[in-house]
Design a binder for this molecule. Structure first.
Ligand code: FAQ
Length: 311
């Protein structure tokens, strides 16, 4: 019966063991995982666009090769994550349809334009840095396929973070104009990066339940704080100023205290009103429609092969 199934599920969660696709699970556990994993996958593939915009304008062949590899990694992350979401029973076409019709979200951070080359550095340093802080604990997520996908993703994100920091380091040691470009990128990406962790815990609707289920291991505010604590000394090393006049170290706690976050702006971006939101969705839907012939050809080829094998 379901009671015994639920007891078994609870026992696995309490013992910090993994739930696998063939295990019984409560509907709400399945639904919240489909939501989170699919939105994570959508973020990875929409996240290819801001940096993809700089592939043709990278300042050297070496930078172009590195950036191409990074953007391809994001596509790969999307694929592992769609694969993990599919193990919960919702097909990929349906998940993509939810993205394209606005029924599922993607990360707020990818709704901003990349105006200069320094933005590529700032994304690697701050956005991948924030992503790692949020995703390393997901390697211990209670749902096995998601946890295992995150292991490889985190290794790749770690390389991405370093390449971004290295771009920032080079710019910050460069000419006055290069230093100004790096500072301008930090000014524009700082607040959106710390918003990536999600709303304050008090407004996090899924937070408590997902902590109990071992999907989340830390609250949004705790991860945001860890990120700020790790990043302030890196900005100091670059000789750049974080655009928060209230930011200061609390000697007693050892944590940096930050100024107020503009949550109205965050919710507005999530509703589709970010500076680049419409462009991102139009590009995504256009790519999907433009790729229809590839999917049709692949399906026709697979059917032909299956028919030939059956003869
Ligand atoms: N953007 O109740 P909570 C990357 C939504 S990294 C948009 O706290 P939860 C790497 C949330 O979905 C980025 N929406 O939700 C990369 C919920 O709405 P819903 C992707 C947000 O799930 C780097 C509502 O607000 N990373 O892609 C955001 O407990 C460079 C209430 O929030 C992940 O997805 C936001 N920032 O906690 C790629 C990590 N924050 O769904 C390319 C996995 C919250 O009910 C280039 N996800 N919302 O309609 C998570 O860890 C969690 O889902 C959180 C949110 C922490 C994002």
């Amino acid at each position: 019966t379901d009671t015994t199934a639920l007891e078994h599920f609870d026992a696995l969660i309490d013992a910090d063991e993994r739930i696998e696709p063939s295990d019984w699970m409560p509907d709400r556990y399945r639904e919240t995982l489909v939501r989170q994993i699919a939105q994570h996958a959508h973020s990875e593939i929409i996240g290819m666009q801001p940096e993809g915009n700089w592939l043709t304008r990278a300042p050297s062949l070496r930078r172009k090769a590195i950036l191409t590899a990074k953007v391809q990694d994001e596509a790969g992350h999307g694929l592992y994550l769609y694969g993990a979401a599919e193990t919960l029973g919702t097909p990929r076409e349906e998940l993509l349809d939810r993205l394209h019709t606005g029924r599922q979200k993607y990360s707020s951070i990818f709704n901003y334009a990349t105006l200069t080359w320094a933005d590529v550095g700032a994304i690697g340093w701050l956005v991948d840095g924030a992503a790692i802080m949020n995703q390393v604990p997901l390697c211990r997520c209670s749902y096995g396929p998601y946890a295992r996908a995150m292991v490889r993703i985190c290794k790749e994100e770690s390389f991405h973070q370093r390449q971004g920091f290295q771009i920032m380091l080079e710019l910050s040691k460069g000419t006055d104009a290069q230093r100004a470009m790096a500072q301008d990128a930090l000014d524009r990406w700082w607040w959106p990066s710390i918003m990536m962790f999600g709303p304050p815990d008090a407004e996090s609707v899924h937070g408590d339940q997902n902590m109990r289920w071992g999907i989340k291991r830390f609250g949004n505010d705790e991860l945001r704080q860890k990120f700020i604590d790790a990043t302030v000394p890196q900005a100091d090393l670059l000789g750049l100023t974080i655009p928060d006049p209230d930011l200061h170290l609390d000697e007693k706690t050892g944590h940096y205290v930050h100024g107020p976050i503009d949550w109205d702006h965050f919710w507005d971006v999530i509703k589709g009103n970010g500076p680049a939101s419409r462009e991102r969705m139009a590009t995504r839907v256009g790519a999907h429609e433009g790729g229809a012939w590839v999917r049709e050809a692949a399906t026709a080829y697979a059917a032909k092969r299956a028919a030939a094998a059956g003869q």
